[in-house]
Design a protein around this ligand. Structure first.
Ligand code: SF4
Ligand code: SF4
Length: 230
């Protein structure tokens, strides 16, 4: 392949220095790769800059409250108000912030009227779960009207992304995320796994009709026909 090795004029181009351009296509070019200098690859400057920012915040948090303290004393504020620290620190677990209303919390499995789990091990929730953190091993339920129930139902809370898709997918209102309970801190991974028993212990009776309303639901449903011409 022949190529012209005409050197391009640097002043006319932005970007890397073009050393040569192909005769066949102007976009096939030889460019000069600019390697970073040694001082740019040590990250020392960036580290020093980050350390400086940290020190600045540390000094601000240490001395600004003292400045405010003397200001409050001069203004005649009561003693407890004078020593109020404006640094936003929550002394967890003694203090807890109020979670927003839409906070979901840990999962729970709901119960039938007889206290058994409503889950029929249909596998909809592990199928939809984007984090693949639900493990269900089904077994025969022993009830001729219900095919299966979960022998093992586990959720790895360290992998769960709290998306709520398992709740949306469940056809039986068998799993919910409405406990408002924060996941507990754990020291080993196995303790972060919610089991069927722990989720049933948070269980509530569901008022949803188990298995739907049967094949006659159309007869009792309100008229929901849509006008296709609308
Ligand atoms: S909330 Fe989302 S990630 Fe967590 S178990 Fe349910 S589907 Fe999976
Ligand atoms: S919790 Fe609901 S979606 Fe998940 S397996 Fe049980 S019945 Fe199916």
């Amino acid at each position: 392949m022949s190529s012209s090795h005409d050197h391009a004029d640097d002043s006319e181009h932005e970007g890397p220095l073009v050393l040569a351009v192909s005769d066949r296509h102007p976009r096939v070019r030889t460019i000069q790769v600019v390697r970073p200098e040694a001082q740019d690859t040590t990250y020392l400057a960036a580290t020093a800059k980050g350390f400086g920012i940290t020190l600045k915040h540390f000094a601000k948090n240490l001395f600004l409250p003292l400045k405010k303290l003397s200001g409050r004393a001069n203004a005649g504020a009561p003693v407890e108000e004078r020593f109020r620290n404006d640094i936003e620190t929550v002394q967890y677990p003694e203090e807890k912030v109020t979670y927003p209303e839409r906070f979901r919390g840990l999962h729970r499995l709901t119960l039938r009227d007889d206290g058994s789990t409503r889950c029929v091990a249909c596998m909809c929730c592990p199928t939809v779960c984007p984090a693949h953190c639900i493990t269900i091993i089904p077994e025969e339920s022993g009830d001729t009207s219900i095919e299966k129930r979960p022998a093992i139902f586990e959720i790895d809370e360290l992998r769960c992304v709290v998306c709520g898709l398992c709740v949306e997918a469940c056809p039986c209102d068998a799993i919910r995320m409405d406990t408002g309970e924060h996941a507990k801190p754990v020291e080993d991974r196995a303790r972060a796994i919610e089991t069927r028993e722990t989720m049933l212990a948070r269980g509530v009776r569901s008022i949803a009709t188990q298995g739907g309303e049967g094949p006659n639901w159309r007869a009792t449903a309100p008229d929901t026909k849509t006008d296709v011409n609308r």
